[in-house]
Design a binder for this molecule. Structure first.
Ligand code: HEC
Ligand code: HEC
Ligand code: HEC
Ligand code: HEC
Length: 168
């Protein structure tokens, strides 16, 4: 093996080990977030999510569709990630908190959550329009029902809003 090829392989090894590290964050499920994110005076995020379209997204699937990976990719957080990463997240939760905020196993501790930069370095994701578009404008199977309304981020994000009135 020549030197260049060896360097190339070493580079690949580093890239793959970094990717493997990023994958170790696990999905803990909405009930864990609820412990801290359901106070009425702080915006009761859990109740708002539970009453919204995402928590009900498994109800749209019938029979075999509930286990069809093609449907689960967008209708279920649990069904869209490697089963080895499930640590509490349930399939029937539908599109759960962690589809938008990132897998919570390493950022869920209060001390980390209170420090946004630290939370971001432990797997938290700040959702943007791109997060939504992966599902809303992603490749849907032939014959999929048409969206009731054309995609409009500002409008759609209002429908699922769960702001904390005590933060900026
Ligand atoms: C042990 C309590 C606790 C748990 C469990 C917890 N959080 Fe938090 N979270 C906090 C605290 C404290 C803050 C800081 C803001 C505040 O005081 O409400 C926060 C902040 C956040 C923020 C705002 C970050 C920012 O600054 O923009 C998001 C988003 C969030 N949490 C999502 C989640 C999700 C999703 C889960 C479950 C996977 C979760 N949290 C679990 C306590 C918790
Ligand atoms: C690329 C992501 C994606 C895939 C893959 C996908 N869906 Fe959907 N599905 C959505 C989105 C987003 C909506 C909400 C559309 C809207 O804005 O009204 C939806 C809505 C639906 C609805 C309407 C629900 C309602 O409350 O009106 C049904 C039924 C449905 N999907 C069934 C399926 C089935 C069955 C499959 C698999 C064969 C599937 N979907 C695959 C993203 C997807
Ligand atoms: C479909 C995507 C999506 C889901 C599902 C979702 N969120 Fe959010 N969340 C958002 C968006 C978008 C924001 C607004 C971010 C911003 O304002 O910068 C947000 C904001 C937040 C905030 C910060 C509120 C503030 O004003 O400081 C918290 C805390 C939070 N979410 C917790 C949760 C919890 C807990 C769940 C599940 C019970 C959940 N979210 C489910 C997309 C989502
Ligand atoms: C993991 C995939 C996924 C992500 C990410 C996602 N959604 Fe959804 N969303 C869905 C599915 C599936 C439905 C359909 C639920 C149903 O009706 O059964 C839906 C429904 C909705 C609806 C109700 C639409 C209607 O007309 O009934 C709104 C509003 C919405 N999403 C907003 C958002 C926003 C805003 C974001 C990003 C912050 C987002 N979604 C991210 C999958 C997703």
């Amino acid at each position: 093996m020549n030197y260049k090829k060896l360097l190339f392989l070493l580079g690949l090894a580093i890239i793959f080990s970094t990717a493997a590290n990023a994958q170790t964050y696990k999905y803990i499920g909405a009930v864990k977030c609820k412990m801290c994110h359901n106070k009425p005076e702080k915006g009761e995020q859990y109740n708002k999510w539970a009453a919204g379209p995402h928590a009900k997204s498994m109800e749209a699937l019938k029979g075999d569709e509930k286990t069809n990976p093609t449907c689960l990719k967008c209708h279920s957080t649990a069904g869209s990630v490697d089963s080895g990463l499930l640590a509490g997240l349930k399939a029937d939760e539908g599109v759960s908190c962690e589809s938008c905020h990132g897998p919570g196993s390493a950022y869920k501790a209060t001390a980390i959550m209170k420090n946004k930069q630290m939370a971001l370095s432990k797997g938290m994701i700040e959702p943007t329009e791109e997060t939504c578009k992966a599902c809303h404008l992603g490749d849907k199977p032939d014959g999929h029902v048409a969206a009731k309304k054309a995609w409009n981020y500002a409008e759609f994000v209002k429908v699922i809003s769960h702001d904390d009135p005590t933060t900026n």
